[in-house]
Design a binder for this molecule. Structure first.
Ligand code: NG1
Ligand code: MG
Length: 488
């Protein structure tokens, strides 16, 4: 089993181009820690954000996704103490005030008020998740200083980076031995404590990523992350991430978007399993597996067939009311609400089961195709960028039209990007704002970025400084996952 590396040198994590900057950042974190607390940290835990290349909103349907870690990350400098069980957590960013938290005993561990938008809640998620899984007499106290540079609410998984980093800090400080799989599984469930019914892509990408590789993360039959090298292409290509600067605040909007999509895909799966005469399943992946049980058919063909069945199963293409949906799955309406919409409440008039189902099976197929192009690229390397780009564009189209998770700004910047020469352009992460990702010829990256800056940012956000612009749109390479640094 792959255990979290306890000591990693910075140059293993970063290539030389970013190391100069990162080294300064680590040293400054240690210095600030000393200034605040009066002693040095024992270690620094780090977990990065991610960009999803393809496979949107299908992790919670049980299907594989294709993200990669980025250079932006969350760092936590930590000193442990046996004197008490308190947690003192501060942030180098003055926007996030220092907090003092306490361990509340083995049953509660720590109270999380998910109705409140509070930065330390994300630490609490990691803390609670870890301590629920460990048996010990008394956790150690902690002194923590955090420095995160993943833009928040932008679809680059600042939240998962934060929760994974917190979980890693708690494991390391309390000397729990734990595999990366366990860390991810716990962090994944733990993040639900802040009120978002999340899948597992972000935590997987943050923890498992390897420098130079994208990651195919699969969830069924068990969590599995396969590093996949990006193929040789002609011309050489790069991924550019651009933030629309529309902040998608999931904690406010989840009942109308993210959590609603989770409900629509779950109840859709129940509907489909019932239609096919299968035992009840609540993910589209489980429905497919049950339907094709023991038949040796390639997954992408299975997905094609599921797409045809979806056409027949969902006769109402407009959308279902709550009552209609309850009838569809043969459940009493109150019982259905209690089962699927109580812990994570949702708001809508119509549940668009059909559109979501078509998106899920189609997107799952695109992930397989994308990985296929990476692993078995067409013999002519000049065909590769178009292949990958087309899949990204189809994904965006499906997100916009079927899953309704795009927004006017994402549509606009994607169009600008394609006009500026991107092979593919799509939203990344949950959508409804946040970041987009483009596949661009490496030699054109500078002029491409310049053009998008002029046509999107200067027009919509004329007051942005150069520094803010540089933060909003940047080229990125697949970075490495979680690590712990010691010995300074
Ligand atoms: P963001 O909003 O980018 O963190 C969310 C989910 C993912 C996945 C994507 C959509 C969380 C923590 N993450 O990502 O699991 O479902 O949306 O593909 O909720
Ligand atoms: Mg998130």
């Amino acid at each position: 089993m792959a255990y979290i590396p306890t000591v990693e040198s910075l140059d293993k994590i970063y290539d030389s181009s970013v190391l100069a900057f990162q080294g300064v950042r680590y040293n400054s974190l240690i210095e600030q820690f000393q200034t605040i607390y009066g002693f040095k940290p024992d270690f620094i835990a780090r977990s990065p954000g991610r960009v999803n290349l393809i496979g949107e909103h299908i992790d919670y349907a049980g299907f594989g996704v294709f993200p990669m870690a980025i250079d932006r990350d969350v760092l936590m400098a930590v000193k442990m103490t046996d004197d008490d069980t308190n947690i003192r957590i501060a942030n180098v960013n003055p926007k996030y005030p220092a907090r003092e938290l306490d361990y509340e005993g083995p049953s509660t561990i720590i109270t999380i008020d998910s109705t409140e938008l509070e930065w330390s809640n994300y630490f609490k998620c990691g803390y609670k998740g870890m301590l629920e899984h460990a048996s010990f007499d008394k956790p150690k106290g902690m002194y923590i200083l955090t420095d995160g540079n993943v833009p928040a609410g932008s679809g680059l998984s600042s939240s998962a980076a934060f929760v994974c980093c917190s979980a890693l800090a708690v494991i390391t400080g309390n000397q729990f031995k734990m595999s990366k799989n366990e860390l991810v599984s716990i962090a994944m469930v733990a993040e639900r404590n802040v009120g978002v019914n999340s899948g597992g892509m972000d935590q997987s990408a943050s923890v498992f990523s390897e420098k130079g590789f994208a990651l195919n993360v699969e969830f069924v039959p068990e969590l599995k992350a396969t590093p996949v090298p990006l193929p040789e292409t002609h011309p050489k290509v790069a991924f550019v991430i651009a933030n629309t600067l529309v902040v998608a605040d999931k904690h406010v909007t989840a009942p109308r978007n993210y959590n609603l999509r989770v409900v629509e895909t779950k109840i859709g799966a129940v509907t489909l399993s019932k239609y096919l005469g299968l035992p009840q399943k609540d993910t589209y992946k489980d429905v497919m597996d049950a339907y094709f049980a023991a038949k040796d058919i390639p997954p992408s063909e299975q997905m094609d067939e599921m797409l045809q069945l979806v056409e027949k199963a969902f006769t109402n293409k407009e959308g279902y009311t709550r009552a209609e949906m309850a009838e569809l799955i043969g459940m009493d309406e109150d019982a259905m609400v209690k089962e699927y919409m109580t812990r994570f409440p949702v708001q809508t008039d119509l549940f668009r089961l059909y559109q979501r189902a078509v998106h899920v099976y189609g997107e799952a197929k695109r992930v397989i195709d994308f990985r296929g192009v990476c692993e078995n690229p067409p013999s002519d390397a000049s065909d590769v960028p178009k292949h990958l780009g087309d899949l990204m564009n189809e994904s965006q189209e499906s997100c916009a039209k079927l899953f309704n998770c795009s927004c006017p700004e994402i549509d606009e910047i994607s169009k600008i990007a394609r006009e500026a020469g991107a092979y593919g352009a799509r939203l990344t992460g949950a959508g409804w704002g946040g970041c987009t990702v483009f596949l661009v010829a490496e030699d054109n990256v500078d002029s491409f970025i310049k053009e998008v800056k002029e046509k999107y940012y200067r027009k919509r956000f004329p007051d942005l400084s150069e520094a803010q612009l540089a933060d909003a749109i940047l080229a990125t390479k697949p970075g490495s996952g979680s690590a712990v640094f010691k010995g300074f």
